[in-house]
Design a protein around this ligand. Sequence first.
Ligand code: MF3
Ligand code: CO
Ligand code: CO
Length: 290
Amino acid sequence: MGQIGRNDPCWCGSHKKYKQCHLAFDEKLKIFREKGYTVPEHDIIKTPEDIEGIKKSSEINRACLDYVAEHIGEGVSTQEIDEWVARITRDMGGTCATLGYEGFPKSVCTSINDQVCHGIPSEDDVLQNGDIVNVDCTTILNGYYADSSRMFIIGDVEPKIRQFVDDVHEAVNVGLKEVKPWVCLGDMGNAINMFCKSKGYSVVEEIGGHGCGRDFHEEPWVSFVSKPGTEMLMVPGLCFTIEPMVNMGKHDIFTDEDNGWTVYTDDGSLSAQWEVQLVVTETGYEILTW
Ligand code: MF3
Ligand code: CO
Ligand code: CO
């Protein structure tokens, strides 16, 4: 990056002069890189125009999950949820990112009880009283990706299960408190892990969050069992998801060999997950979709 002149247009596409745009940012990044921190490449830093695009995609993403929240309940099949999401996304001009993604066959992921993630909607999976289910929806609009998920409780569940679902939601908020520019992602991941451990739960280690916006899964990969002062530096314009998968029992998981997708807890314990997509700002973060 030594070549770009102070008066040249900035690399970010803002049409501003470099000296009035990302020059100070690049100097700061260089200092952190020299100190040994992992810093993001320019190609994953979102411009204000990108953020606007992701926000429009997020409107569809939220509309899908709002509709699910209003209509989900006992007797609803996960296939119906898939159809709702497909219809709303289409009506609002978007497409569903999961449909055909590396061969995934449906428009949304629905993960019930001991399913950790990547549950495949099916007519055969009819929600029952006492189930907990994650609905994970990823939208594309004009090439911009919005990715979020929520938990839903079907009918009556034991208080400790409701508490578990609420605690995993709180775990995301605990992580969000650590999202600040020029701080490492590991601080955020560690905060989530410590919180979940303090409640007696365990955080899945192999699957995490990800950069998101111009593509479905971008750098960085985001761990929720990381250590403070490690992993990529968060900087303004970095856009990623916080989506810890938390098991009531042990952290071990396995993947369904028949469908190649659905991940389960090894010990059969319940698993919960909430997913938020955010962008790091000069002062903290802004939530894009949840
Ligand atoms: N939406 C998931 C995520 O949060 C990814 C689902 S990929 C699929 O990253 F292929 F399983 F749909
Ligand atoms: Co995601
Ligand atoms: Co998702």
